[in-house]
Design a protein around this ligand. Structure first.
Ligand SMILES: Cc1ncc(COP(=O)(O)O)c(C=O)c1O
Length: 350
């Protein structure tokens, strides 16, 4: 089996060179990151940088405690990773293999399929149908009955679709194996998931510091779950995959949730504006409470994205086989950057 690879678009430096502009003039609407610089990290990162000659404490206890305190959980219910991505790959190793079954819905975050392929598991993808891409709950419940892992992205990237909590609980109750909720965007919808983690022993919830907490470059995430599940992932974790400054920044950020809340509030405002502006251009925008919008652009979607990129604006395109060939996904960024997106879109549209 050829193992698919996760593909990012070219780097900011490469795009700047191709567009003949400065890297600082490139705006990334493709990564669902937060637009504002993280000035508050400078002092802390500088102090942490003075001890880079030593390894980080392999248990990452301060980070575990900070995450546990945030959710009212115990440190044993938390395991950190170098981003949610590392946790996804570790979970595949912990719970899957050649004789195992996994299920998810499609379209969704592509790494679940890659993680499954890496351990020889064939992933069953239950299709969510256009135009609304509502979660195919009945099929997911049926498939969950004999699955070793059910991957659920809530809210779902790239459609922004939210599964009703009752549907999620029905899937967890039906599941024979582990249900993994990738809650990368949970801060935007106000979901915590700690109560469910305490209630269900077959539930793992993955969180990231990359989105609302604006620490994508630090590479930190954590899993919440029953200690037995957490221990399985912990056993496979590289001893020190999170760098010391990253672990310290993440722990500090978790102690100041108000910063993330401010970003979420500002981005909600920006999202309303961007949704309306795209709507005025007669594009269909799927409902969203997160920091990205899926937009039906039509047959010229790829061409439009290429023309935007030539102007230093990077948006997310999708291969035709995902069923989203005529869609683009736009990260909601600052008011000024969103304005630039709309102005440039108007200029480049065929
Ligand atoms: C659904 C989902 N999960 C995980 C990730 C990756 O998170 P991290 O940066 O913590 O690895 C992303 C990033 O875009 C995502 O959209």
């Amino acid at each position: 089996m050829t193992i698919p690879r996760y593909k990012w678009q070219p780097t900011t430096a490469e795009i700047a060179t191709a567009a003949g502009i400065e890297p600082s003039d490139v705006v990334r609407f493709d990564h669902n990151t937060t637009p504002w610089p993280t000035e508050w990290t400078v002092e802390l990162a500088t102090a942490a940088a003075m001890s880079l000659n030593e390894y980080p404490g392999a248990s990452y206890l301060p980070l575990r405690r900070a995450a546990a305190d945030r959710h009212g959980l115990e440190p044993e219910q938390i395991v950190p990773g170098a981003g949610a991505d590392e946790l996804i790959l570790l979970a595949a190793r912990a719970f899957l293999g050649t004789d195992k079954r996994a299920v998810t819905m499609a379209p969704t975050y592509p790494l679940y399929k890659i993680a499954c392929a890496q351990v020889g598991t064939n992933l069953r993808e239950v299709a969510a149908q256009p135009p609304n891409f509502a979660a195919p709950t009945a099929e997911l419940i049926a498939a969950a009955r004999d699955a070793d892992v059910v991957w659920l992205c809530v809210p779902n990237n790239p459609t922004a679709v939210e599964l009703p909590r009752t549907d999620i609980e029905a899937i967890i109750a039906a599941a024979d194996g582990v249900v993994i909720i990738d809650a990368a965007y949970a801060e935007f919808t106000g979901d915590d998931w700690a109560e469910e983690v305490n209630r269900y022993s077959n539930l793992l919830v993955f969180r990231t510091m990359s989105k609302a907490f604006a620490l994508a470059g630090a590479r930190v995430g954590y899993a919440m779950g029953h200690p037995a599940l957490i221990d399985k992932i912990d056993g496979l974790r590289p001893p020190g995959s999170i760098a010391t400054p990253s672990a310290e920044l993440a722990a500090a950020a978790l102690g100041r949730v108000d910063r993330a809340e401010q970003a979420v509030a500002a981005l909600a405002h920006a999202r309303t504006w961007l949704t309306a502006s795209l709507g005025e251009m007669s594009f269909r925008v799927l409902p969203s409470r997160v920091n990205f919008l899926l937009c039906e652009v039509g047959p010229h979607a790829a061409e439009t994205a290429a023309a935007l990129r030539a102007q230093g604006i990077v948006v997310r395109t999708f291969p035709a086989e995902t069923g989203l060939g005529q869609y683009l996904r736009f990260t909601v960024r600052s008011a000024e950057q969103n304005q630039r997106l709309i102005t440039t879109l108007k200029e480049v549209l065929p």
